[in-house]
Design a protein around this ligand. Structure first.
Ligand SMILES: [Zn+2]
Length: 122
């Protein structure tokens, strides 16, 4: 069974898959938020995992390629940087320059940032 993502509302990882008589649902055991109930277990889990979750800042360094928020200074400003793996090490690419900085130069991160979806008027 695929891994369940944390609760989108309270971020608890204390979430569980509950099977009813005719339907299946993922619920948060902390705040009791219930996920969508498509009926099938695999669909219920996929629906739960696809609920939007805000990014949280972390001091864990990025381990995969992608775009990330990176904090400059004492949480004063956040910039988006592209993180790439080069020869097994992770680097942040500063926009507007070709400078690669080891991700360990920075303290706070959030990401990776999902690519945008379709326009809402499509
Ligand atoms: Zn919750």
């Amino acid at each position: 069974m695929p891994e369940l993502k944390p609760c989108p509302a309270c971020r608890s990882i204390n979430v569980s898959y509950v099977r009813g008589r005719d339907n299946a649902q993922v619920v948060c055991l902390e705040c009791e938020m219930g996920g969508p109930q498509p009926g099938q277990a695999s669909a219920a889990i996929a629906a739960w995992n696809s609920l939007p979750r805000a990014l949280r800042k972390t001091t864990n360094l990025p381990v995969e390629d992608g775009k990330y928020y990176w904090a400059l200074g004492m949480n004063l400003m956040w910039f988006v940087v592209r993180v790439v793996e080069i020869n097994g090490k992770m680097y942040a690419m500063m926009s507007g320059s070709e400078v690669e900085c080891p991700v360990s130069d920075f303290i706070e991160w959030a990401g990776p940032i999902d690519a945008p979806g379709k326009c809402s008027n499509e």
